[in-house]
Design a protein around this ligand. Structure first.
Ligand code: GCB
Length: 589
């Protein structure tokens, strides 16, 4: 799925801004024609989560309406017009001039609908989007599960700890394409000695024959090729002599332009390869460490809404720690963020929203699997051309019924959900591999989860909390358990291991001597211990601290002030002591 662009033959109008907004807890808006305009509305910012904009909306997850009147330029006539919603979390329905044009389930991926026939060229157009984020067992991620999370039971009743923010979280844009247009482009890169090999597949919106061209341009290099479309598809293989390869240290990007009859589309291309060998991840054939963070899209006032200054600042702060990598825990991040990652040279583990999947009953499992597969399809379609994306992650901490949270990998006594979980996980991983055999595929395993679920992972990704949830305050024992588990997992699989989470809640400004849990000193010691243990093991291919910054969490006895405080930075991005430990380890290399 191509990102909308503005050029000489395509148009784009971002209609984000202040919209009219009204909640609809009784769900009467549709029958009362709220899509034509709202009575007694209030102002809301798009993008943004509604929960952070009004105090009374903090806990509201039900149906709500967004309405925006807008003109559409006359000069667009004759082209095809689309509306594209970057993220309606969790379910969105789109209306244009009183007509429903489509709906989308899944809160973190874009959707576009053609609206050419609906446009009024000489009057204002009314764009309306209804959105709800009700927590349901059949959704991904799931909520309101019959099972309780024991002492972790939270408000709202999620199966995860980040706050389930709702709303239009990313830009809403109108865009045009010519009548016959380039619908999709897929770029696969390879390295042949000093040369780059760039394979491009372009697809038109119609199964027709046509001619086209390709141009790859960067610095003094320009490579051209012809495209011959047959049944709407054309392929070309470019050779880039003495190519400038993309890497985390030198994120060089070429401009690739595809042309066919009346259309033109340009995207950024980084030439690189990614592979595993023994205990190492190889970028362009050389070992690379994926050091950085698990993160969240989260900030004061904007909630999970796209916040561009924050993005730029966060990348700068990550670089300041020496990080070169992160995971889009626990859902796909914005496209703007992926573009920045290409440009800044971050190595991304790109995750669908399958956080804390449970395998409780067949009907729910089937519904969740359908949703997960849809999200894998949509994520790969959206992100397949980003050099920064090196790995697909199809689940974070799937939960077996026999989970032994206090234990090492291996899980508790045999439980039927282990087999159903394995089947679902492997179906998802196979789907990602089938769609994109050029990237690595993984799941992130939970502490005490079954080892059998790691079997198909290219890289073993482990979330572990030795020294926090288990052996809290006992860092010596935590070290021994961590060492033992890492060595055992390596012995079993002989694959690279990335610790995708390890962290300690830390109240900024709280100090202690001797160090105790929650103090900045404890977090610093805890992180140092983990990085030390990893440094002594060359099969550890990356360390990603949980979390980059404190983030809004559901309310529970485990979350002081409704925050998860495992951040290396506070929610407003002030560094804690542990930031310097990261700098010590990650910058000295
Ligand atoms: C985890 C989850 C993450 C939580 C974290 C924690 O294992 O993957 O979403 O925020 O633990 O802090 O408890």
């Amino acid at each position: 799925m191509l990102y909308p662009i503005q050029n000489d033959v395509r148009n784009k109008l971002d209609i984000s801004g202040i919209w009219d907004f009204k909640t609809d807890p009784e769900e009467v808006g549709e029958q009362n024609g709220w899509f034509n305009g709202l009575q007694d509305s209030r102002a809301i910012a798009v993008p943004g989560s509604w929960n952070e904009q009004y105090e009374d909306l903090f806990g509201y997850l039900g149906l709500a309406w967004y309405v925006k009147p807008t003109y559409i330029p006359q000069s667009w006539q004759g082209q095809r017009v689309f509306i594209r919603v970057g993220s309606a979390c969790y379910h969105g329905t789109v209306y244009v001039n009183g007509v429903k044009v489509g709906e989308h389930e899944g809160g973190h991926l874009p959707v576009a609908f053609e609206i050419t026939e609906r446009v009024k060229w000489d009057d204002e157009n009314v764009i309306a989007i209804s959105v709800e984020n009700e927590l349901k067992p059949t959704r991904v991620p799931s909520g309101n599960m019959p099972s309780s999370m024991g002492m972790f039971a939270s408000t709202p009743r999620t199966t995860f700890d980040f706050y389930p923010f709702a709303g239009l979280h990313r830009p809403v844009v109108l865009y045009t394409v010519p009548q016959t247009y380039i619908e999709d482009v897929t770029v696969v890169t390879d390295i042949k000695g000093a040369d780059g090999a760039v394979k491009v597949t372009a697809k038109l919106n119609a199964a027709m024959a046509a001619q086209g061209t390709l141009q790859l341009k960067g610095g003094d290099t320009t490579v051209n090729a012809n495209l011959a479309f047959k049944d709407g598809v054309a392929e070309a293989q470019l050779t880039v002599p003495n190519a400038h390869f993309w890497s985390d240290k030198d994120p060089y990007l070429y401009d690739l332009t595809v042309r066919s009859d009346g259309d033109r589309y340009t995207l950024k291309v980084g030439i690189r390869t990614i592979a595993v060998q023994g205990g190492q991840v190889l970028l362009n054939g050389a070992p690379v460490q994926l050091n950085g963070f698990g993160r969240h899209e989260d900030f004061v006032a904007s909630g999970k809404g796209l916040n561009l200054p924050l993005l730029v600042k966060d990348y700068q702060l990550m670089r300041w720690t020496g990080a070169n990598s992160y995971r889009t825990s626990h859902y796909p991040y914005s496209e703007e963020e992926m573009q920045l990652a290409d440009r800044e040279g971050f190595l991304i583990i790109d995750e669908i929203p399958a956080v804390s999947l449970q395998f409780d009953n067949d009907e729910n499992i089937a519904a969740r699997l359908r949703m997960c597969l849809q999200q894998i399809d949509e994520l790969v379609a959206r992100d397949k051309n980003h050099a920064s994306v090196v790995m697909w992650c199809v689940a974070n901490e799937p939960m077996p019924g026999n989970l032994n949270l206090a234990g090492a990998a291996g899980g508790g006594p045999a439980d039927p959900s282990e087999a159903s979980g394995k089947a679902m996980i492997e179906t998802m991983m196979a789907r990602a591999k089938e769609l994109d055999p050029t990237r690595l595929v993984t799941i992130v395993t939970v502490m005490g989860g079954p080892q059998s679920w790691m079997e198909k992972c290219d890289v073993i990704c482990m979330n572990r909390y030795w020294g926090w949830y288990v052996l809290g305050g006992e860092l010596d024992k935590a070290r021994a358990s961590l060492e033992q588990e890492l060595d055992q997992v390596w012995e079993k699989w002989h694959r690279p291991i990335i610790m995708t989470e390890f962290g300690a809640d830390t109240m900024s400004g709280m100090h202690g001597h001797p160090t105790v849990m929650w103090t900045e000193e404890y977090q610093a010691d805890y992180i140092r211990l983990h990085l030390d243990v990893a440094a002594a093991r060359d099969f550890v291919a990356g360390m990603q601290v949980w979390n980059f910054a404190d983030f809004a969490a559901v309310q529970s006895i485990a979350r002081v002030g409704g925050l998860n405080m495992k951040g290396i930075f506070t929610r407003i991005r002030t560094p804690k002591l542990a930031a310097n430990v990261l700098r010590e380890f990650w910058l000295k290399k």
